[in-house]
Design a protein around this ligand. Structure first.
Ligand code: TYM
Length: 341
């Protein structure tokens, strides 16, 4: 496809924080839809390292994870020829626009963000200003590229709504500047739950590795985690299983991995023991993740290839982002450099 044709496609944009281990929840809630939607959009997929430092990270781990996450985007099926994949800190316009948007975001709005409230509870020794104003940085990520659609899991809905409010506020104060993006939240799998504590969401940074499936878990670990996943005291699958957080979550995971409606999955396994269903779920996971991991290992063996994709993408991203940023600077009254005052 030529550059001009690519530029005409609507923009799909999303990002993941390089913290912990990329997990099945991230794949089902977000990445799967990036892959499925990439045909009809120009995809911009970001490893958001600047977001990740709102929680303390070990520098060497952060550095490794940025490359590893980018490689996993590719292994999941994102086509690097047709899309833009980069590391957030390589494009300085994100920090620059975030500052501006901070001045158009109210503290009352930030106070309502449930993710801030949750994270401040979990990291109460480090409730920093970045953690608080994080939604303005996320709005900058999205608005810099005039994005049309943002595929995310349900936990990001509130941040997306705030992004839309900030965009509308800016557009109404000056004149149309930002496209107001739409969220894409999948009907099934928007909130995959923890394996051991199914009343809370699966999180890639959970301190207990048995709570999540990492996309890079080896087959024996995958099987063990599924076998140990918490269910209830019933033993067989019935239509009521969907109401149970533990087994209901496993049924949802099976349905998304096999592209089936969850009710079809219930019908297929109705009357069967949980252990039989869990065995088939583990088989599906291994069948999906083994080839994924092979592709990942191959990409990580050719680091030069990966860094060249990231470099070229960042260059394109800087160009696109600078167009929006200079428009914003002009509208708010900043003097363009080099002009007589
Ligand atoms: P993050 O890194 O927490 O999660 C990445 C993506 O995975 C989705 N997700 C889930 N989906 C289903 N079930 C789960 N258990 C689950 N856990 C996570 C998230 O909804 C998300 O789509 N602020 C964002 C990253 C971000 C971003 C952006 C996203 C920064 N800038 C611009 C979109 C557009 C975050 O912390 O996601």
């Amino acid at each position: 496809m030529s550059e001009s044709q690519k530029d005409k496609k609507p923009i799909l944009l999303s990002g993941i924080q390089p913290s912990g281990h990329l997990a099945l929840g991230n794949y089902v809630g977000a990445m799967r839809n990036w892959v499925n939607l990439q045909e009809d959009y120009l995809g911009i997929f970001i490893v958001v390292d600047m977001h990740a430092i709102t929680v303390r990270q070990k520098p060497a781990d952060l550095r490794n994870r940025c490359l590893s996450f980018a490689a996993q985007y590719l292994a999941a099926g994102i086509d690097p020829e047709e899309n833009i994949i980069f590391i957030q800190s390589h494009v300085p316009q994100h920090a620059e626009l975030a500052w501006i948007l901070n001045c158009y975001t109210y503290m009352g709005e930030l106070n309502r963000m449930t993710q801030f409230k949750d994270k401040s509870k979990r990291h109460n020794d480090n409730i920093n200003a970045g953690l608080y104003s994080y939604p303005a940085l996320m709005a900058a990520d999205i608005l810099l590229y005039q994005s049309d659609l943002v595929p995310v899991g349900a936990d990001q809905k509130q941040h997306l709504e705030l992004t839309r409010d900030i965009a509308n506020r800016f557009n109404n104060t000056y004149s149309p500047t930002f496209k107001v993006p739409k969220p894409f939240i999948p009907k099934a799998g928007a909130r995959i739950m923890s394996l051991q504590e199914p009343e809370k969401k699966m999180s890639k940074s959970d301190s207990n590795a048995n709570n999540y499936i990492a996309l890079l878990d080896p087959p024996d670990v995958l099987r063990r985690k599924i076998k140990r996943a918490v269910t209830d005291s019933a033993r067989e699958i019935t239509p009521d299983s969907l109401q149970n957080p533990g087994i209901g979550n496993l049924l949802t995971i099976f349905s998304t991995l096999n592209d089936l409606d969850v009710n079809e999955v219930v019908n297929r396994f109705a009357g069967q023991q949980y252990s039989v269903f869990k065995g088939e779920l583990a088989d599906s996971l291994v069948a999906f993740l083994e080839p994924f991991q092979q592709r990942y290992n191959k990409i990580m063996d050719e680091k030069g290839y990966l860094t060249s994709i990231l470099d070229e993408s960042a260059q394109r991203a800087r160009y696109m982002a600078s167009k929006t940023l200079s428009k914003v600077y002009r509208k708010i009254g900043f003097v363009a450099p080099g002009r007589p005052r």
